[in-house]
Design a protein around this ligand. Structure first.
Ligand code: HEM
Length: 436
């Protein structure tokens, strides 16, 4: 039996609803059909699965059946080439192993020093009072961090920000059309601009004997697989993955957590107390971040309610059975953090923002495993997980130390869904500089 739900006659309506409000559409289908259902979107058969067991089935236990590369369609492949995001199997393993050296504990300690510097400099330059769009500032910070840590300290973020944004949005166009006004064509032009800039940096790095452990140098040195050398385009493809997976997702998650701090007084007070209690030096080290237990719970709650990557696509390379259902070859299978994280079987009052659900004695996430999957699972789980949490924590600690803030109109912003789930039209906050 095929998973229930799909009705070709509703395809256009379903696709439209999916684009404008996937939360409502997917929640309705889950209520009606359960934790596995189908929807025909953009002319393709899609299965959506929620809950810990399907997530393990697809992302951990059957990676030979469910392909990330094929699951990301032509558009993604054209724009991102051989980026780690869209690789499976042996090629993926080699790149992942090489890149892994950038995320060791020692490297994270080193990255944390650089991130403190970037964040405090940008916050120092803010006015003492006024109204700001903190989402825009967060995006500047996250882009600076990716560039500084992984690409080239001398590259000016402003010179590539527009092309990065256009490229990322292009990944979500439904067809790879070359008509010049389409999002896909714009993304391709931006990709070409970016690859020209990155190509010049890579050429320079090929001549350099610097030991700076950037992504470019790590791939050029390629310690683990000495017999493989990467072309400029292959290296740019990996940089692309960092810009997409790193910059945009982190910005969205940081923005949502600040939305809740700026609208929920009790959450703000608890975090503020923790920041005051831990205040020592202006710089917070990677190991000191462990002392921020409430902040950690608050970020888990943000990941739970607003997973930036709210579904994780794979393509079934052959037909496969799951419980009483057959998933045919060629169908897209989407694992859904969005639905899993709102399951009343795991979380009490799942739509309420309540960080304490992750703290003892409640620790609701331990009831079932895996209950949180905002950073993916298995061999392709987010390689930047620890770095992302560190950068968002630092950003929130610096903001709370140096500013009082509240949201401009007292309301939670509406949702925007592309490229990742983020607050629509910015996050406008009133700020007043203070010093803790
Ligand atoms: C809140 C921030 C972030 C979220 C929510 C997030 C989410 C994810 C998810 C869900 C995946 C798995 C995709 C899949 O299975 O198809 C992933 C993979 C990845 N992420 Fe993150 N990410 C974040 C931050 C970062 C950062 C800061 C970096 C690097 C600087 C990064 C680099 C990557 C890379 C390279 C992959 C591909 C891993 C692979 O295929 O082996 N991410 N991320």
């Amino acid at each position: 039996m095929l998973p229930p739900g799909s009705d070709s006659s509703l395809q256009r309506d379903q696709t439209k609803r999916f684009l404008s409000d996937p939360l409502t559409l997917l929640t309705q289908y889950e209520k009606r059909y359960g934790d596995i259902f189908s929807l025909k979107l953009f002319g393709m058969n899609n299965v959506f699965m929620s809950g810990p067991r399907p997530a393990k089935f697809v992302l951990i236990e059957n990676t030979d059946v469910f392909s990330a590369r094929e699951g990301n369609l032509e558009v993604g492949q054209e724009l991102f080439g051989d980026s780690i995001l869209y690789l499976d199997g042996e090629k993926h393993r080699i790149i992942r192993e090489t890149i892994g050296s950038l995320f060791t504990h020692d490297m994270l300690k080193r990255h944390t020093v650089a991130m403190n510097n970037i964040i405090s400099k940008i916050f120092n330059d803010l006015p003492n009072t006024g109204v700001i769009d903190i989402h825009k500032i967060i995006k500047n910070i996250m882009l600076e961090i990716v560039i500084n840590l992984f690409i080239d300290k001398d590259l000016d973020g402003n010179s590539i920000a527009k092309d990065v944004d256009k490229l990322i949005i292009g990944v979500f166009s439904s067809h790879p059309s070359n008509l010049p006004w389409t999002e896909f064509a714009r993304a391709k032009r931006s990709r070409n601009n970016l690859y020209r800039i990155l190509g010049a940096i890579i050429d320079r790095e090929r001549q350099s004997d610097s030991d700076e452990p950037t992504l470019i140098r790590t791939l050029l040195k390629n310690n683990t697989n000495k017999n493989i050398s990467f072309t400029n385009n292959e290296i740019s493809d990996q940089i692309n993955a960092f810009l997409f997976a790193g910059y945009d997702n982190s910005s969205s998650m940081a923005a949502w957590s600040i939305v809740h701090l700026a609208t929920n007084r009790s959450v703000y007070e608890k975090l503020h107390q923790e920041v005051v209690a831990n205040h020592d030096d202006n710089f917070v080290s990677f190991d000191e971040l462990r002392n921020y237990k409430y902040l950690d719970a608050m970020l888990k709650e943000t990941e739970r309610l607003y997973p930036p990557t709210y579904f994780i696509p794979r393509l079934a390379l052959r037909s496969v059975n799951y419980d009483q259902y057959e998933i045919p070859q060629g169908w897209l299978v989407n694992i859904c953090p969005l639905l899993t994280h709102r399951s009343p079987l795991i979380f009490s009052e799942p739509t309420v923002f309540d960080p304490e659900r992750f703290l003892p004695p409640r620790e609701e996430h331990k009831k079932q495993s895996p209950s949180l999957m905002g950073f993916g699972l298995g061999a392709k789980a987010c390689i930047g997980y620890a770095l992302a949490l560190a950068e968002i924590k630092l950003l929130i600690i610096h903001l709370t130390r140096h500013f009082e803030f509240n949201i401009l109109n007292g309301e939670i912003p509406r949702n925007a869904w592309v490229p990742s789930w983020h607050p629509k039209n910015g996050v406008w906050i009133n700020i007043k500089r203070i010093n803790i």
